[in-house]
Write a protein that binds this ligand. Structure first.
Ligand SMILES: Nc1ncnc2c1ncn2[C@@H]1O[C@H](COP(=O)(O)OP(=O)(O)OP(=O)(O)O)[C@@H](O)[C@H]1O
Ligand SMILES: Nc1nc2c(ncn2[C@@H]2O[C@H](COP(=O)(O)O)[C@@H](O)[C@H]2O)c(=O)[nH]1
Length: 696
């Protein structure tokens, strides 16, 4: 019967069913059990069957199945106990079975850590049932037993619920533990990740800071080097500029003054040399001050180390310039009384007074060619004038820059003691010529004719361009064909005198291109667009600006097309730009001359008139070039002027003869007086120093 019971999955349902159903079953079907042992055996069978049945119908949890099976066994025991009471009067045979109900069922669940403090009261401990002598009494005993069983069942239920609650509490503890363990783990992981991120961040910040510092340092270096380059370029441009200007002769009653435009090889010195030729012994000098020989820091002494005489100039606590050989020459000259001595080179070394040591500096620039002798005068704190004796005036003036801005820059760059030679170039070259005009007007054609006819007089400035070479165009002859990125960098580096975007390509005139021509002693011709002309006009380069105009716009278009070097699109672009250029070409502030290229030959003749027979070209070879600084002279610096004084009749004669009467335009009355001319001549060169010498 018990084994036929329908299984219940819910424990409370089971208990409730047991409450209501089991007892009805007990009354109806109490089996007479003749032998307690047999009855016990049968009951065991029922339990086993029941247990088996329950376990096979469990809802999947072994623990739950085990638990329910335990409950079932205990419950069955109680029911059987209740049913056997009446047959088993005061027999306690089944007491051990009932007693088992109250026993702690061995807890196999690993979660079971809370002991059950509410055990089911052991039926064994129930007061023994007294013998019932009468049926009435029997009923009441039965009643008592029933109540007792009922109370046990209630107690059992409560105990089961408590067990379940405990079990869930234990589970809850374990779940909480599991939860906190995982939360802790996750938090620890997060902290680890955060720490790693923090480290990465710190590293990234450090890297960025290092990169920034590195970039700054690099930029500094680049800036310094660009600045140095710029300085050099500017100096070059200035030098180009100094070569400009006309030499002029100024006549005076007492003296003849030559104005020489002087330029320097490396430095930034612009000089004008005035030579006072005093013919009359009785005449006074134009400015007495000019004749005051100031402190000339020339020191002569014997250098035990090199066993010779040396000259030194003290500038800013440093002794510059050893002219051992010069003094040696002087000594020879003096002793032997002969000027016929070997030319001797010039060496530079520096005695640093603070350390008491001689330094051999890095010498920049081209040093002067050896001479018979030199005069040495500090001009100011940054350079020393060296006047070569007994050589042509063109090669006489030299400067040793010892602390000029250029030298300062170089010292910084090279991290060494630096000096630089600058040549005072006497005379000047003719102005470069800028030929501009719209594309197709005939600039190139005119320039080619000029070069062909005057190959030694004119030189073409070879521009840089990013445009592709045309057929027959040769790199380095017609253009320096360059990649855009390279050209852009070179423009940034200050390599260009001017540059412009012309018809979609970059074009530019490099300083080197102009220098290459001027260094070859030729007049430089630039073929550039109007933008370029404007740039050159606003630069320090003095030039002659000529604009070539077409006879008409239609003719320009015709020439451009007939040349056949451009695509239709390029022709259109060039024609559009031509209109703007033609407007600009009329600007008198930009161009010195406008030539209309109608008939080619006529235009060429006009160009030649402007260039070949203009004053600049005609006067290119200054007559004063043959002037010589005599051996016997004194050099001094006064009021920002270099004074060179010499005054013997022989030397005067020499200087005068070298000066050439025609170009000097000396007053005829005096020039006719040979006696007077040879009797006395005092020559004073006054060299005013310009701002670029940065006095003070
Ligand atoms: N006076 C002229 N009469 C007729 N044709 C000319 C005359 N001058 C030049 N040309 C022709 O015009 C064309 C353009 O001349 P050229 O190439 O010298 O122009 P350009 O001004 O140098 O042009 P670009 O600025 O594009 O270099 C050439 O074919 C040339 O032979
Ligand atoms: N600003 C400059 N313009 C230049 C230079 N070289 C040439 N040009 C001018 O470009 C156009 C086009 O020349 P093309 O050879 O492509 O026909 C022409 O007007 C030239 O005068 C330069 O160095 N700078």
């Amino acid at each position: 019967m018990l084994s036929d019971r329908r299984p219940h999955t819910g424990e409370e349902d089971t208990a409730a069913t047991v409450d209501e159903t089991e007892f009805r079953d007990i009354h109806a079907l109490t089996p007479p059990s003749p032998q307690p042992s047999l009855s016990r055996g049968r009951r065991r069978e029922s339990w086993e069957a029941s247990s088996h049945h329950w376990s096979t119908l469990s809802v999947g949890s072994d623990a739950l199945s085990e638990h329910l099976s335990t409950m079932s066994r205990e419950f069955n025991a109680m029911v059987v106990a209740g049913s056997t009471i009446q047959n088993d009067n005061n027999s306690n045979h089944d007491a051990p079975n009932l007693g088992r109900i109250g026993e702690e069922v061995e807890e196999t669940n690993p979660l079971a850590i809370v002991p059950d403090h509410n055990p089911i009261p052991s039926p064994g401990r129930a007061p023994p049932v007294a013998d019932s002598p009468a049926p009435v009494e029997e009923v009441s005993v039965h009643q008592v037993k029933k109540e007792e069983v009922e109370s046990k069942i209630s107690a059992w239920k409560a105990a089961e619920i408590a067990k379940i609650n405990n079990r869930f509490k234990r589970e809850d503890v374990v779940i909480n533990g599991w939860e906190s363990e995982h939360v802790e783990k996750a938090t620890a992981w997060l902290k680890k990740v955060e720490r790693k991120l923090e480290e990465k961040r710190a590293k990234a910040i450090e890297k960025v800071q290092n990169d920034v510092a590195k970039a700054r340092r690099k930029a500094e270096d680049k800036r310094a080097s660009a600045e140095a380059k710029r300085g050099t370029k500017v100096a070059k441009i200035r030098r180009l500029n100094w070569r400009q200007g006309n030499p002029s002769c100024v006549l005076g009653d007492i003296c003849v003054i030559f104005f020489w435009s002087v330029s320097l090889g490396v430095g930034n010195v612009d000089l004008r040399v005035l030579i006072y030729l005093n013919f009359d012994q009785g005449q006074e000098a134009p400015d007495n001050n000019l004749f005051n020989v100031p402190d000339v820091l020339l020191h002569f002494g014997f250098d035990s180390e090199s066993k010779g005489y040396q000259t030194a100039v003290i500038v800013k606590d440093k002794i510059f310039f050893e002219m051992l050989t010069v003094i040696h020459v002087c000594a020879q000259y003096v002793v032997e009384g002969s000027s016929d001595v070997a030319k001797l080179p010039m060496d530079v070394k520096i005695f640093d007074k603070s350390t008491g040591k001689w330094l051999i500096p890095t010498v920049l620039g081209t040093k002067p060619k050896p001479s018979n002798g030199y005069s040495v005068v500090p001009v100011n704190d940054d350079r020393i004038l060296i006047l070569k004796e007994d050589c042509s005036a063109v090669d006489s003036f030299w400067f040793l820059e010892v602390d000029s801005p250029y030298v300062k820059e170089q010292k910084k760059l090279l991290g060494a003691e630096v000096v630089a030679w600058s040549k005072g170039v006497v005379g000047e070259g003719p102005k470069p010529v800028v030929i501009s005009g719209p594309s197709g007007v005939g600039k190139g054609t005119l320039i080619s004719k000029l070069m062909k006819e005057f190959p030694t007089t004119f030189g073409f400035s070879v521009s840089h361009t990013t445009r592709a070479p045309r057929e027959k165009e040769i790199d380095g002859v017609h253009y320096h064909f360059t990649e855009r990125s390279i050209m852009e960098e070179e423009i940034r580096d200050g390599k260009f005198l001017e540059s412009a975007l012309v018809h979609g390509n970059l074009y530019g005139t490099s300083v080197d291109a102009v220098e290459a021509v001027t260094d070859a002693g030729k007049r430089c011709i630039l073929d550039i667009d109007v933008q370029g002309a404007r740039s050159v006009r606003s630069s320090s380069l003095e030039a002659l600006f000529i604009f070539i105009c077409p006879p008409s716009f239609e003719e320009l278009e015709k020439r451009l097309r007939s040349r056949g070097t451009e695509t239709e699109e390029q022709v259109q672009k060039r024609l559009t730009n031509a209109r703007a250029e033609l407007d600009e070409g009329k600007s008198p502030s930009l161009f010195d001359h406008i030539l209309v290229n109608d008939d080619l030959e006529t235009c060429y003749e006009n160009l030649k008139k402007l260039l070949v027979f203009d004053d600049t070209t005609a006067n290119y070879q200054p007559t004063v070039r043959s002037f010589k600084i005599p051996v016997s002279h004194s050099v001094s610096i006064k009021d920002q002027k270099i004074l060179i004084r010499c005054g013997t009749s022989e030397l005067g004669k020499e200087a005068l003869l070298a000066g050439q009467e025609d170009s000097v335009h000396m007053p005829s009355t005096r020039m006719q007086n040979d006696e007077m001319r040879s009797s006395y001549l005092e020559v004073l060169c006054i060299v005013p120093l310009t701002e670029s010498m940065s006095f003070g």
